[in-house]
Design a protein around this ligand. Structure first.
Ligand SMILES: [Zn+2]
Length: 222
C-alpha cells in the first residue's frame, strides 16, 4: 500500500521565507525536487512522491540487521572473489587464468594505463567493500539500541556519495559481453570467483533496496 493521500506536493518556492526550523519535518524528492511534509508510513508500507512516484520513505522491519548481514556477505565474497581465479582461457594448448585483481591491475607497468587500472580496481572491488564497511559502522550500534558511533552521519553521507561509483554490476555485464566475443576464438571457463561475483552483484542490489535513507537519517538524529 502506498501512502500518498496525506501528502500535498509543494514547490520549493512555496516554502521560501520560512525559518530553517520549519524545514525539519519536510522531505524533498531526490528525483523531481517536490517538497512534502514527511509522515512516516507503517513498517513495510511506502510513501511515494505524488509527482514522479519515486519511493521517498520505505521503512522495513529488521532492515538494519539484514543490511548488516548482507554487507558482511559482500565483504566475504569480495575478499574470496579477489583471491580465486575469475576465468580461464585456453586455446591451441596454451591456457591462462586470472583473478579480478589480476585483470584490473594488468596494466600497472604503463603510466596512464596504470592510473586507469587502479581506478578500475577501486570501482569494482574497493568502493563496494568501503560501502559495506561504512554500512556496518553506521547500522551496528543502531540495531543494538546504542548511541551511533562518532562520525556516523559523515560515514553514511560518504556511503551515499560512493553509491554511483560502485560499479561491480557494470563490470559483470562488460565481462559477459567480452566472453561472448572471445568464445569462438578460445575455450573460456568460469572460475569460482565468477560465481561469487555474480552472487555479489545481486547482494549489492539487495543491500541498496533494503536501506531506507529517511529512516537511517532519522535514527542518526539528523
Ligand atoms: Zn518526485
Amino acid at each position: 500500500m502506498t501512502q500518498t493521500d496525506d501528502r500535498t506536493p509543494q514547490t520549493p518556492g512555496a516554502i521560501q521565507g520560512h525559518a530553517p526550523a520549519d524545514l525539519a519535518g519536510m522531505i524533498a524528492c531526490p528525483r523531481c525536487d517536490a517538497v512534502f511534509r514527511a509522515i512516516e508510513p507503517a513498517p513495510n508500507q511506502r510513501a511515494i512522491c505524488t509527482r514522479c512516484h519515486h519511493v521517498l520513505i520505505a521503512p522495513r522491519r529488521r532492515a538494519g540487521k539484514r543490511i548488516i548481514a548482507v554487507s558482511m556477505s559482500v565483504l566475504i565474497l569480495l575478499v574470496a572473489a579477489s583471491a580465486y581465479p575469475f576465468l580461464s582461457i585456453a586455446t591451441t594448448g596454451l591456457s591462462n587464468s586470472s583473478s579480478i585483481l589480476d585483470a584490473a591491475l594488468a596494466f600497472t607497468s604503463d603510466g596512464l594505463l596504470a592510473a586507469l587500472s587502479f581506478v578500475l580496481a577501486g570501482l569494482i572491488v574497493f568502493i563496494p567493500a568501503a560501502r559495506a564497511v561504512l554500512s556496518i559502522y553506521v547500522l551496528a550500534p543502531l540495531v543494538l539500541d546504542r548511541d551511533a558511533f562518532p562520525g556516523a552521519p559523515f560515514a553514511f553521507r560518504l556511503s551515499e556519495h560512493l553509491r554511483p561509483w560502485s560499479m561491480a554490476e557494470i563490470f559483470a555485464i562488460g565481462c559477459a559481453v567480452a566472453l561472448i566475443k572471445v568464445a569462438d576464438l578460445a575455450t573460456v571457463s568460469f572460475g569460482p570467483a565468477f560465481w561469487m561475483f555474480a552472487l555479489l552483484v545481486l547482494l549489492v542490489v539487495v543491500q541498496d533496496n533494503l536501506a531506507c535513507r529517511y529512516s537511517i537519517w532519522k535514527a542518526l538524529g539528523e
